[in-house]
Design a protein around this ligand. Structure first.
Ligand code: SF4
Length: 178
């Protein structure tokens, strides 16, 4: 029997490649936990794409109502940080902590995230955060940098083939253009 892994996903284009990589190794459950995304309409669009994909592959997924308030509280004081700054470090910490907490409470063996796929994201920071969270919640973190070995390029190609919705900003209010 395969180990159970809870995979935090940020959006469909980043997730397909990661899911394809992990499916052979793990019994996967997809976890769409992204209260950072603004506004709600955008959140629902990203969620809908993930759900379509999971349904088409008959995969388990977990979704949540849109609840951005606690995320805004968590990053308070760092709203004006540039992308890749401390606001993003907190954003990774928030989402990965919630993922690990859920995984631990629900008898998963591992947790991981698609966040390293983002072009603008520094993978080492995400992996560092994942390892800290692993220690705190005592659940194993699958620390693969999915950008490597042409992960981003393959994922872009897959997203185009499937005509997936691809956002033009990271997600939060402060990363929106103009
Ligand atoms: S830019 Fe992206 S990673 Fe950084 S805080 Fe906003 S949503 Fe989170």
């Amino acid at each position: 029997m395969k180990d159970k892994l809870l995979l935090h996903v940020c959006c469909a284009p980043c997730s397909m490649y990661v899911i394809n990589q992990l499916l052979a190794k793990f019994d996967l459950t997809v976890y769409f936990f992204n209260p950072n995304v603004w506004p709600e309409e955008e959140y629902l669009k990203r969620l809908a794409e993930i759900k379509n994909f999971c349904n088409s592959r008959k995969m388990n997924y977990l979704e949540f109502d849109y609840q951005p308030t606690d995320w805004f509280k968590f990053i308070k004081g760092y709203e004006t940080e540039p992308e890749k700054g401390f606001r993003c470090d907190l954003c990774f910490l928030y989402r990965l902590s919630k993922t690990a907490e859920y995984a631990k409470a629900n008898n998963f063996d591992w947790f991981s995230t698609t966040l390293t796929m983002g072009r603008q994201k520094q993978s080492f920071k995400i992996l560092e955060t994942g390892r800290k969270v692993e220690n705190k919640f005592k659940i194993k973190f699958w620390d693969q940098d999915f950008k490597k070995e042409f992960g981003t390029q393959i994922s872009d190609w897959l997203a185009k083939q499937m005509k997936l919705y691809k956002q033009d900003y990271c997600g939060c209010l402060f990363s929106m253009k103009g």
